[in-house]
Design a protein around this ligand. Structure first.
Ligand code: FDA
Length: 310
């Protein structure tokens, strides 16, 4: 079921008809179904949401949605949007932290284009004191993403970090490499349907890997981010930190906008650092479908939303 649901929603996420339908109904009203997970289609809406979230004592990272662009022109447009986002964030006074994807910036065009585009973002980001997290996409992109990350790291762009997925067999080796570099890792379970030759298929195996990697990161990582909504993973992280004298300010928890707000609030109340990943933009459909794949029960509120809005 675990891998099955991901595969099912992944195949739907490639349907142009469904995308058209969802785009029509998903964000129309203030209470539309996609708004549960997406902060809005415009940067202004995302900033407004970010202000409210900061007011509740949470930290944030803003993600301008988009992925898998096919041409240098599209990658250029996405890069400009990110550069504009930096300016808007500075002007707004909210926390300076963004997340992005390499396939949005031209990794699928060629590596050099992507590195150049990233530099166009990292340069002003460094100047203005931003932290920039590179999300991890599905496994055909893992090695290239890490290569691009290391290239930029060696060019002294140290205001960056990377996301690594517990589901992949290779990840322990990648965590060790990032720890060696001194780079900040966001540990996630992995949102994509992956083949058996590269990734664990059973939830129990992914969870066990997540716990092993969490311990490795708390022991020898550099301000790691433990990104999960899973109460068991969170409890294990808290216990491990307590038992090993790791202070609450040496790591942070992260969650996605719209998921487990109760847990977010209780962790903040207990003095843990909690960062929310806030996605926005018109290209929300693939991100939204991944959220459905993680929890098929979410389909219920989508159907109710569509029926209400028709
Ligand atoms: P799990 O899937 O076991 O869920 C645990 C519990 O959380 C569920 O029982 C439910 O209560 C709640 N929950 C989880 N997902 C939900 C949903 N969609 N809707 C409602 N409730 C839900 N992945 C990736 O491949 N690359 C990346 O770069 C990132 N980046 C990223 C950043 C941040 C801040 C987070 C929190 C997550 C990611 N992810 C990601 C996604 C990640 O890989 C994973 O798919 C989701 O976090 C769901 O896994 P959980 O760890 O929450 O556990």
């Amino acid at each position: 079921m675990y891998a099955g649901a991901k595969a099912f929603f992944y195949s739907l996420s490639r349907s142009a008809t469904l995308k058209r339908l969802a785009s029509k109904y998903g964000m129309r009203a203030r209470d539309s179904f996609a708004r549960r997970f997406i902060a809005g289609e415009t940067v202004e809406e995302a900033i407004e949401t970010s202000r409210q979230i900061q007011g509740q004592g949470l930290m944030l990272t803003l993600d301008y949605l988009g992925e898998s662009v096919r041409t240098p022109e599209e990658a250029d447009v996405a890069t400009r949007e990110y550069v504009r986002l930096l300016d808007v964030i500075v002007a707004s006074g909210i926390e300076r932290n963004i997340s992005l994807k390499v396939t949005q910036l031209g990794a699928g065009v060629d590596r050099a284009t992507c590195v150049d585009n990233l530099r166009r973002i990292l340069e002003p980001a460094r100047r203005d004191g931003f932290f920039v997290r590179i999300d991890m996409e599905n496994s055909p992109w893992t090695q290239l993403t890490l290569d691009i990350f290391e290239t930029l790291w060696q060019q002294e762009y140290r205001n960056t970090g990377i996301a690594l997925q517990a589901a992949l067999y290779r990840t322990e080796q990648d965590v060790r490499r990032m720890n060696e570099l001194g780079a900040r890792v966001r540990l996630v379970k992995g949102a994509y349907k992956e083949p058996e030759n590269v990734a664990y298929q059973r939830k129990a195996d992914v969870d066990a890997a997540f716990l092993r990697l969490m311990r490795l990161l708390l022991e020898s990582g550099h301000y790691p981010a433990i990104a999960t909504h899973d109460p068991l993973m969170i409890a294990a992280t808290r216990s491990y930190a307590r038992e090993h004298g790791i202070a609450k300010d040496r790591f942070e928890f992260q969650m996605l906008y719209g998921i487990r707000r109760d847990l977010q609030a209780s962790l903040v109340a207990e003095g843990y650092r909690m960062r929310l990943y806030i996605p926005f933009g018109r290209e929300w459909f693939p991100y939204f479908m991944r959220r459905l794949g993680e929890r098929p029960a979410n389909l219920g509120f989508v159907v109710r939303g569509i029926l209400r809005e028709r």
